[in-house]
Design a protein. Structure first.
Length: 133
């Protein structure tokens, strides 16, 4: 139990350090594209409170892979910007939703792990102007 708490504290400290790094503008735009999509709102509306009421600490959004992982602070390389939404509990992190933004086609997708399928989802296309910069 103490070891788990230490790991969580270290993870939180790492997250704080990562958040302090300046975020490249393309990543900011891609995150805005995702966070302002109706589907992201459907998944996350009330999620923080539900997780806390269930003994957790909240939820998070992580950039797992990107076309430029070192610059973007991602964990690995991909031709797309790949995000995961996860719930945070003292004993585990539970991934609940996966999203990808394709910078070439300028399309946003939600991944369905059961059907192993990426479904295109709507977003504010006006944000693409900011992505080009």
């Amino acid at each position: 139990d103490t070891a788990i708490r230490r790991v969580l504290i270290l993870q939180q400290e790492q997250l704080i350090q990562i958040e302090k790094k300046p975020i490249p503008s393309r990543i900011k735009v891609v995150k805005t594209i995702l966070k302002t999509s109706v589907r992201f709102g459907q998944i996350t509306k009330g999620l923080n409170r539900a997780v806390i009421e269930n003994g957790g600490q909240g939820f998070g959004l992580c950039l797992e892979r990107s076309p430029n992982p070192k610059k973007d602070g991602a964990m690995g390389f991909s031709k797309t910007y790949d995000f995961v939404v996860y719930e945070i509990y003292p004993e585990r992190q539970l991934n609940i939703a996966w999203f990808s933004f394709n910078p070439i086609s300028k399309k946003l997708f939600e991944y369905d792990p059961i059907l192993d399928y990426q479904k295109q989802i709507a977003f504010d296309k006006n944000l693409l102007e900011r992505f080009k910069k």
